[in-house]
Each structure stands twice: as C-alpha cells, then as structure tokens.
Design a protein. Structure first.
Length: 76
C-alpha cells in the first residue's frame, strides 16, 4: 500500500469514527477534544494534497488518538 493510500484509508476510518461519536451527547471538554481532532483531520487533508505524507500521517494519527480518548471516556 502506498503512503497516500494508507493515509486515505486512515481518513476513511476517522470519518466513520466521527459519525459514531456525533450521535453521542458530549460535555464541553469532550466537544473541545472533538474539535481538535477535526482540526487535525483537516490538516491531514491539506498535507496530503501538498504531498507531505509524513506530516499528513502524523496529523491523522493524532486525530485518531484524540477520538480514542473520547471513545474511552464514553465507553464506546
């Protein structure tokens, strides 16, 4: 799998996780973490488009980590 393909796969996984979490009631801190994750997601797409795969991969992984924290807190 090429670097762009791997990043695109992670983007799809992130989008699925967002859909799952958007249906939950979040408190202010959880909402803030979700917004940070979405920001890193947008950064991922920017760096992917620029061909900076290293930074794109780092951004999407950080975004996943933030979502994982919210999921753990919500018991998802």
């Amino acid at each position: 799998m090429s670097e762009p393909e791997r990043i695109k796969k992670d983007i799809a996984l992130f989008e699925a996780s967002i859909v799952e979490l958007d249906s939950l009631s979040l408190d202010g801190n959880e909402e803030e973490v979700m917004n940070l994750a979405k920001g890193y997601f947008e950064d991922t797409k920017y760096y992917l488009e620029k061909g900076d795969y290293f930074t794109a991969f780092g951004c999407i992984n950080y975004a996943h980590g933030l979502l994982d924290g919210v999921k753990k807190r919500k018991g998802v």
